[in-house]
Design a protein around this ligand. Sequence first.
Ligand SMILES: Cc1ncc(COP(=O)(O)O)c(C=O)c1O
Length: 428
Amino acid sequence: MMKFEASHNSIQAAKELDNSDELSGMRNNFHFPVTESGNKALYFTGHSLGLMPKKAQDYIEEELNAWKAFGVEGHFKGKHPWLPYHEFLTEQMSEIVGGKTSEVVVMNSLTVNLHLMLVSFYRPTKKRFKILIENTTFPSDKYAVDSQARFHGHNPEEAIVQLEPSDGKMTLSDDELVAQIKSHGDSLALVMLGNCNYLSGQCFNFEKVVQAAKEVGAMVGFNLAHGAGNIILDLHKIEADFAVWCTYKYINSGPGGLAGAFVHEKHLKDPTIPRFEGWWGTKKETRFKMKPDFEPMDTVESWQLSNPPIFQLASIRASLDLFSEAGFKNLRAKGDDLTGYLEWLLKTNCGEKLEIVTPAFEEGKQTRGSMLCVRVKGNAQAVEEKLKEHDAIVDFREPDILRMAPIPLYNSFEDVYELVSIISKALK
Ligand SMILES: Cc1ncc(COP(=O)(O)O)c(C=O)c1O
């Protein structure tokens, strides 16, 4: 990551950093919202909803035109026939999450996929029935695991256990994490973590989580809502059992965009794994023979239920093409620089009025992605409102949290400098 020093604390320096950034032109591929005052927004909420790639409109229009021209025949005709449409995304999506193409599919929405994975990978017994989640789990994930525990006849109060950072902190060390996984021993059926954590931005050490879970004999799955398209992932290599993610945050697919799912290849042909089934998961060759018996595909596609919404797939394709153009590793490297710059400017210009919750960057370790979580010593909501008045969009969470994500595909060093200037004035 770049090192920053006093000379970087100016708009001129920020502009120079942009001038020497090979990815600076990528932002021209996106539409930026225009605020009420008629200005282009300083957009820092890509961790909530990514910006619209300009090409999304063309890609969706292509499918509207195919529908217009071919009707039902669009399933087989046109540049991108609908029958295999989801396959046009598989290779690029597999690269983003570090899975084999047989292990990665885009389907449904996130919480739906989480439930489908829990059906397959949470199979509690009397003795081994607990699911370990973060203490700050995204509510939908908590509802999902609670309801799954209940579905299996367990009391969520006993079955759902949460990580506990020490001393009231919002993050925890690798050692604490491993110790807490191990402390549940053979009562643990599943470790299911949001990575990165949606609130603190902490990226848990994937390898250590998987290793500790395996040591106690638990399955391990990840919710990558805040990881996919943000941090470097290697799901196959680390041997996660499953993962799910949405695409409307860092993958810029648009509101309610489709989600992804990963199942490790070692589980793909295991007939003992239960699965909820639908016709899109049955073998392609015989799907339209309308047979009554399900013949699972050999890949994670066998978890598919329905024929997918093509317009939604089209918008994801538009964004994935930009990831391919930029190169994901390049994006992560720029993401580290941009996030480092944001952190350094905040510390330098507003230090005593803010506490940065997200772990610091560590060379060779992935401790965070492109989002910083900051606690404001004072009125955080007032700061957010001041930011809005100045066309900057960040995210406020009760009681004192601001989250902001400098996204390497479309944010610039100048954006970051301007954001911190406004925050610093608001805090005064
Ligand atoms: C970590 C996490 N889990 C679950 C969800 C819920 O997603 P969906 O509404 O797509 O099911 C979100 C959405 O922001 C999320 O960030």
